[in-house]
Ligand binder design. Structure first.
Ligand SMILES: NC(=O)c1ccc[n+]([C@@H]2O[C@H](COP(=O)([O-])OP(=O)(O)OC[C@H]3O[C@@H](n4cnc5c(N)ncnc54)[C@H](OP(=O)(O)O)[C@@H]3O)[C@@H](O)[C@H]2O)c1
Length: 325
């Protein structure tokens, strides 16, 4: 249990949970542990006493104590448990890494031991995150196929190859077909479909046997949630089809393709539109009131990436329990 522990000093088979200062976590355990990792047998409070008190603590916990730890954590704390070491040495590019789900995925992958390449348009945010998690940043617009090919190539070179790509770059505009501006349809399809295809085209040559491709699609790729969400849903149905195509194209050479389909997630998606439009503001309020945290989706992605190479998760659909449809 250390604050800001570096990845090099982390035990390889353990779990990490961030716990707020002053939290009392009681972890009953009467098992004999053979792990070399620091043991939290007994009471976590004893461990908290061994280190300086700061804002947050990171508990490094041997895998065989996970059940005990989980019983001692409350619901919010449990959601932050990430498998440390599950992605040790893996080289992963995350698109859309400057905010929301992509940013949370990059952080979670780095916490799990991966070396991470970050791609999006906002260079300042990428560079700050790269410094924080020890990653590499390349600013590019995914709708520009040449730019994204160059950026993915440079990230692969910096990482010494690629084991996985998580394609989280995406956008959304609300508006019924009869009312919306066709330019907005074009932007949604440019980013969510053409951008996804351009990213795949850039990444596939770098992905070999056992490597992973993960698309952050949406529950809107499985059903149409509303008239106003129909154009976005059409783009996400296309994202599901792109993944099915990639499974056929790269699956035979051992590349695993996973479509992650979250419901509402509390992020900045459509933040710019919300300032101008009441309907968008109301939709975003619901996203934030009912949505998953981006970290929940990130934990799902880390789980998928951490599975053995002979296991391919085809689709991972998840919503908050509060979201009924
Ligand atoms: N929030 C939800 O309720 C929800 C639910 C299901 C699925 N999703 C999907 O999750 C993914 C991530 O969205 P989010 O919710 O995390 O929203 P977000 O915080 O707005 O993240 C979107 C990311 O995509 C990047 N991006 C957008 N256009 C791009 C472009 N042309 N080129 C490169 N990068 C671009 C943005 O970075 P830059 O602006 O810096 O380029 C940003 O990093 C999207 O595919 C979204 O459709 C979201």
């Amino acid at each position: 249990m250390r604050r800001n522990e570096s990845s090099s000093s982390r035990p390889t088979r353990s779990l990490v949970a961030t716990v707020a200062t002053g939290t009392s976590v009681s972890v009953p355990c009467d098992r004999t542990c053979s792990s070399a990792a620091p043991c939290i047998r007994g009471d976590v409070d004893r461990y908290l006493e061994l280190f300086d008190h700061g804002d947050d603590y990171t508990l490094i916990v041997p895998f065989d104590h996970l059940a005990q730890l989980a019983r001692g954590l409350d619901e919010a704390q449990r959601s932050t448990v990430i498998a440390v070491g599950a992605l040790d040495g893996r080289r992963i590019v995350v698109t859309g890494a400057s905010s929301g789900i992509g940013e949370a995925t990059a952080r979670a992958a780095a916490a799990a031991g991966a070396r991470v390449g970050l791609l999006a348009r906002r260079a300042d945010r990428l560079e700050a995150l790269a410094v924080e998690i020890g990653g590499h940043a390349q600013a590019a617009d995914v709708t520009d196929a040449e730019a994204v090919a160059g950026a993915v190539g440079r990230l692969a070179a910096a990482l010494g190859g690629l084991d996985a790509v998580v394609a989280a770059a995406g956008t959304m505009h609300l508006g019924a077909v009869g009312e919306a501006d066709p330019e907005l349809w074009r932007e949604v399809f440019d980013v969510n479909v053409h951008g996804l295809l351009a990213t795949a085209r850039a990444a596939l040559p770098h992905l070999g046997e056992g490597a992973s491709w993960v698309t952050i699609s949406s529950m809107s790729g499985r059903r149409v949630p509303s008239a106003a969400g129909g154009v976005y849903a059409a783009s996400k149905h296309a994202a599901h089809a792109v993944d099915e195509t990639l499974r056929r194209e790269a699956g035979p050479r051992g590349v695993r393709v996973t479509t992650v389909a979250p419901g509402f997630v509390a992020t900045d998606l459509m933040a710019a539109d919300a300032a101008e439009r009441e309907d968008v503001g109301a939709f975003r309020e619901r996203m934030h009131a009912q949505g998953l945290a981006p970290e929940h989706v990130a934990a799902a992605v880390v789980h998928v990436l951490g599975l053995p190479p002979e296991v391919c998760v085809v689709e991972y659909a998840l919503t908050s329990t509060a979201q009924q449809r």
